[in-house]
Each structure stands twice: as structure tokens, then as C-alpha cells.
Design a protein around this ligand. Structure first.
Ligand SMILES: C[S@@+](CC[C@H](N)C(=O)[O-])C[C@H]1O[C@@H](n2cnc3c(N)ncnc32)[C@H](O)[C@@H]1O
Length: 246
């Protein structure tokens, strides 16, 4: 996705949902001293790690702030609203609840001709359905759930972008199989990459969390092959879009 943005030397780039800042550091190297990178993420612990990375690289122009995609107009310097060259989101869109509002906010901070690049999950129903099946049964049903990933299809993504004012330049998908030695390892990966949202056990009363985890792991074990390997088909949608130049 980053390669599809072309030469970004000297550009101002915002990395929304930057996590611990790995991609932002790569981008900061690419923009050089003539550009800059701003990373934004709602998780303050991730931003603390990212800020430490920035401190370790004083030669790079990169800074990090706590916030969400929908907050982005407030986070960016007011003189820079409507002047940003590029916004990227890597594995983030599926976590955003109000996608139209987030995409409108991103569109509004971009300069005319500015670019948006995103990679996001699509069609990873398999592990989510397993988890939902477990948690919709007793004794877990009835407890509040929030923060679930919501995947969009290629057509839905295209419509979301067009409705937010973008022109879609490229849209492709990458299909891969992510494999683990067993159900527990699979769930560990889902938890790490999804800060617990995939399993939804945090919202359960503490006394039920271990049982829920065990049941979800058992459910994942049922999709293991004969050697015990558990595989999830993962589809990533990779899109670049631009704001019409006026
Ligand atoms: C799977 S991680 C991806 C991290 C990083 N972009 C990467 O590629 O390694 C998803 C990130 O999205 C962030 N996130 C979740 N909801 C968000 C929102 N509404 N706005 C911005 N970021 C969000 C999470 O805190 C998390 O760091």
C-alpha cells in the first residue's frame, strides 16, 4: 500500500491507527527531513511506545498523538487542515465504528490532490463466527459487547470512499492463510493484533473470562487440520484514493 503511494519525499503524512509506530518510522525515513509524519492512535500505551521510538530516532521528523480517526481534524494543526499530502491507515479501518465520519474527517484534512492509502481486513468471518457462536451461548450471552471489528467488502469500501468525496485510484485484495500450531496460539495472535476485541472476553464478569477463553480455544481447535495446525483465511483490501484537485 505504501509503495502504491509513489515517491513521498518531502510530504506530510498522517498515519492513523499507528499502533506502536513501526510503519510511521518507515514513512519518516521515506519523507526525509523535508517532510514529516504524524502518528495517531487511541491507545495511549501504544502511543507511549511509539513516542519512545521517535525519541530513539531524533534524525527523523515524526511525532505521535493519542486520538481516533474521527478526531483527526482537531489533532492536526489548524493551519494544516486541508493541506495534508497523505493519510495512511494500516489494518485499522475494520476497527472504526463510524467509517463514514472517519473518512469524511480524513478527506477534510487532505490537500486537493492529496492521497489516502489503507489496508484493512475483509471477509475474516471464520474466526469471528467461531467466537460469536461461543459468546452467544450460556453462560456468556446477555453481557454487553463493544468494539467488534466490522469488515467491509470491496464494493462497500468503494462506496464509503466515494460518499466521503474520494476518487478511488486502486483497489485490490491480498488473500493469505495465517496458520498457527493450535487454537490457543491462534487466539493469542488475534488478541495481540486486535487488543482483545476479537474475543470479547474483557467485558465479561472476571469469573467468566477464563471459561470463555477456554471455550473459544476449543472452538478454534475444531478447525485445526490433522497435524493440529489452525489456519484462518485472511483477505486484506488495499486501496489508494485521492481528493479531487480543485
Ligand atoms: C491491528 S492494529 C494496526 C497497527 C498499525 N497500523 C500496524 O499496521 O501495525 C489497529 C490499530 O488501530 C487502532 N484503532 C482502533 N480504533 C481506532 C480508531 N477509531 N481510530 C484510529 N485508530 C484506531 C488500534 O488502537 C490499533 O493500534
Amino acid at each position: 500500500m505504501v509503495d502504491e503511494l509513489g515517491d513521498i519525499t518531502g510530504k506530510t503524512v498522517i498515519d492513523i491507527g499507528c499502533g506502536t509506530g513501526e510503519l510511521a518510522i518507515v514513512l519518516a525515513r521515506r519523507v526525509g527531513r523535508g517532510g514529516k509524519v504524524i502518528g495517531v492512535d487511541p491507545e495511549d500505551r501504544r502511543i507511549a511506545i511509539a513516542s519512545q521510538r521517535a525519541a530513539d530516532h531524533p534524525e527523523l521528523r515524526v511525532s505521535f498523538f493519542v486520538g481516533t480517526a474521527s478526531d483527526i481534524v482537531r489533532i492536526v494543526d489548524q493551519q494544516e487542515v486541508g493541506q495534508i499530502d497523505i493519510v495512511v491507515m494500516s489494518s485499522v479501518l475494520h476497527w472504526i465504528e463510524d467509517k463514514p465520519a472517519a473518512l469524511r474527517a480524513i478527506h477534510s484534512i487532505l490537500a486537493p490532490g492529496g492521497m489516502f492509502g489503507s489496508s484493512s481486513g475483509s471477509g475474516v468471518k471464520h474466526p469471528l463466527e467461531k467466537k460469536d457462536n461461543v459468546l452467544s451461548q450460556e453462560p456468556f450471552r446477555g453481557y454487553r459487547k463493544e468494539g467488534a471489528a466490522e469488515f467491509v467488502s470491496e464494493n462497500e469500501l468503494r462506496a464509503l470512499l466515494v460518499n466521503a468525496g474520494f476518487r478511488v485510484d486502486t483497489l485490490s485484495h491480498l488473500d493469505e492463510m495465517v496458520e498457527f500450531d493450535n487454537g490457543a496460539a491462534a487466539m493469542g495472535w488475534l488478541n495481540a493484533s486486535a487488543f482483545g476485541n476479537f474475543t470479547h472476553v474483557e467485558y465479561l464478569p472476571p469469573g467468566l473470562q477464563a471459561l470463555a477463553t477456554e471455550r473459544i480455544e476449543e472452538a478454534y481447535a475444531t478447525i485445526a487440520d490433522a497435524t493440529g495446525v489452525t489456519g484462518f483465511p485472511v483477505t486484506m483490501l488495499i486501496v489508494t484514493a485521492s481528493k479531487n484537485a480543485v
